[in-house]
Design a protein around this ligand. Structure first.
Ligand code: UFG
Length: 339
């Protein structure tokens, strides 16, 4: 168990009404933290904030942000608020550099002005691009292949430069691999307007929202020809944030950690698990490769366990898919009752 006591510790969470942010807010609440969520609700939902207080605000609004930070006086900030669609980042790069890089700079300026000196940053495996060596380790040179990954890499660089110049400021960047699953009680989960992720698309196909699931390429150099990814349950990812926070609060140095389980599943394997969990033999069709998909992306992730004491509890693809499926059923119920 990752038992972490954050009783009365004041934590500001940007993007805490979103998918991953809301699971971290839930975990922070269970650990006793005092939480303030700052979110513009562009993709998040107020109802997903299970603990603490919500201020509806944008990171571009530095006046409101400063006022919020000054009155809440957080000890640390967990920064999620960002745009996250790889495909959209290619067609709208400026949106990504503004939301992910410029807004992070805004936030850092406010934090430094208010003397807040600890930050956990949501980064991504997309900073690696198409790494040659799998599993990919944190020291692998960064070479993102899309503006999404580049915008996150630039923010990592901002953090590194700031902490070098100002030793009082310390941060942990967490590079997420493929995050999936939902709260086992189905209170919160992924709720994107245009879901593109494999597990969500598969489950929505099982529900009949989509007529079929496309398999993007069967000619990759992997055992079954489909791409391999390291799927991590969102609650285990949430715990990674808590151990990272504890590290900083205990005076630990700035650092960067991969977040995954260290082994992968292929697209074809995920489809089989989704068919078993849902009991629906939904239709699949072979489609061409999607641009920018590396054949295999699996984390080298021992450091998170050995150095921060992270203990994942849901390293089980069937559990990940089952919690995501229960959430999809709950979402459908909510939509039906909303008319
Ligand atoms: N896939 C399909 N059909 C679909 C959707 C996806 O075959 O309908 C395939 C993709 O081609 C890929 C795999 O399933 O091979 C996983 O795709 P996802 O879209 O679920 O996830 P990605 O690996 O592309 O990207 C995710 C996040 C990124 C993050 C990356 C890091 O969306 O933000 O993981 O691993 F950077």
């Amino acid at each position: 168990m990752n038992q972490i006591d954050l009783k009365n510790r004041r934590i500001l969470v940007t993007g805490g009404a979103g998918y991953i942010g809301s699971h971290v807010v839930k975990a922070l609440g269970e650990a006793g933290a005092e939480i303030l969520v700052y979110d513009n609700l562009s993709t998040g939902n107020a109802s997903a904030v299970l603990s603490g207080r919500l201020v509806v605000g944008d990171l571009a609004d530095t006046v409101l942000m400063k006022k919020t930070v000054e009155s809440f006086r957080p000890e640390a900030v967990i920064h999620f608020a960002a745009s996250i669609e790889v495909g959209e980042s290619v067609s709208r790069p400026l949106k990504y550099y503004r939301n992910n890089t410029v807004n992070a700079l805004n936030l850092l300026e406010v934090l430094r002005a208010c003397r807040v000196d600890q930050m956990i940053f949501s980064s991504t495996a997309a900073v690696y691009g198409e790494p040659e060596l799998i599993p990919v380790a944190e020291q692998t040179p960064l070479d993102p292949i899309n503006p999404y990954g580049a915008s996150k890499m630039m923010t990592e660089r901002l953090l590194a430069d700031l902490s070098a110049a100002d030793p009082d400021f310390r941060y942990v960047a967490l590079r997420y691999f493929n995050v999936a699953g939902a709260d086992p009680q189905s209170r919160i989960g992924q709720d994107y307007k245009n879901p593109t992720h494999l597990i969500t698309r598969a489950l929505k196909t099982a529900l009949g929202v989509f007529p079929q699931l496309g398999i993007f390429g069967r000619d990759y150099p992997t055992p079954d020809g489909t791409c391999i990814r390291d799927y991590i349950h969102v609650d285990d990812l949430a715990t990674a944030h808590l151990v990272a926070l504890k590290h900083l609060m205990d005076g630990g140095d700035s650092d960067i950690f991969n977040c995954g389980y260290g082994h992968g599943a292929s697209v074809a394997e995920v489809v089989e698990v989704a068919r078993t969990v849902t009991g629906v033999d939904f239709k699949i069709v072979d489609e061409p490769r999607r641009d920018g998909d590396p054949p295999e992306l699996v984390a080298r992730c021992q450091r998170l366990r050995t150095e921060l004491g992270w203990q994942p509890e849901h390293d089980d693809l069937a559990y990940i898919v089952k919690t995501a499926w229960d959430w999809e059923l709950e979402l459908q119920k909510r939509q039906e009752s909303a008319g």
